[in-house]
Design a protein around this ligand. Sequence first.
Ligand code: MTE
Ligand code: CO
Length: 389
Amino acid sequence: ARAADPAIAVKPWMQELGDGVDTSPYGMPSEYEAHVKRRNVEWLTADTVSSINFTPLHELDGIITPNGLCFERHHAGVARLDPREYRLMINGLVDTPMVFTLEDLMRFPRENHVYFLECAANSGMEWRGAQLNGCQFTHGMIHNVMYTGVPLRLILEEAGVRTAGKWLLPEGADASAMTRSVPLEKAMDDCLVAFKMNGEALRPEQGYPVRLVVPGWEGNMWVKWLRRIEVGDQPWHHREETSKYTDLLADGSARRFTWEMDAKSVITSPSPQAPITHGKGHTVITGVAWSGRGTIPRVDVTLDGGINWHQARMSGPSLEKSMHRFYYEFDWDGSPLLLQSRAHDSTGYVQPTKDMLRKIRGENSIYHNNGIQTWAINAEGIAENVEIS
Ligand code: MTE
Ligand code: CO
């Protein structure tokens, strides 16, 4: 017989009335979930204004990132725009330069799509070896949200792009006036001018009231607080596409315009911030996978550092350029494990090892690291970020 469990007894919350409906008009998570939050890495940036924090992937399940937990990356702090003074200007190589208010944008036909946004610098600190202990820090520059917005194509058609117009320059209204060159074909294909995330208005951190959504492409191009789109005949070669977000190769040349995010995955639990606490026996492994080129039909999981691979179980919607959730259940005998996951995307591409990536791209890279992640689990269930070759 088992010892009596005091948790099954009558508790205070069964004996007194709870809060009424007006106590929290905007709902917040349980006080017991206060540890589930965005975190930064203090030494990574000189200050918190031009900085980054990370999504707590190890605490999440399913595929949607809650709005308050979406990682933030901004170059000049969070702009606090008054929506009544919001304007979107379209200028350059168009028949009719135009200025739209927020209300004007809402009168276009709108669409709903779930997309991941991954910063090209995600996992950048891991390029030369295992460094940060937690998937929040190694892989947390990503969020996956349902956007409501107007296809950029409709707005461009309203202004009339001239034949010479081949490139766009979206510009942010924050103090960094962020700009990136976006090819016209992408804009006409699936870009959105978005004003809602997960059903409610964008959060200030995510670009309230309007951001550009560039599905499957590096997060830097998703200009927040979008104020202007200039149409031009060639790329602008601004800071964010020359000195930043390029990949310095071993021969000293730099790879540019690597917009599409390659297929990638990570085991979110167990992981360094989410150890196995129940001892040996039935154990659930879970994680996320995504590709900027389509869907993820398959993820493999290994328990022994890649000697044997097992096909994971996918669960939840499988949407283009969106996060996918996988599970692998097994009986843990309590011996040390080397956990890895490997994503296959709908184009047939298979996520490479970090060694394979470094063989092609050298040691200098920061951006676009989609290599396979390894967690070493010891007999106590403690997980550590390691690299194996
Ligand atoms: N847009 C503006 N206006 N200013 C910025 O600093 N940062 C970019 C992009 N858009 C940025 C911006 C970068 S590098 C990334 S990765 C994403 O926004 C981050 O989006 P998030 O803060 O919603 O996670
Ligand atoms: Co970024």
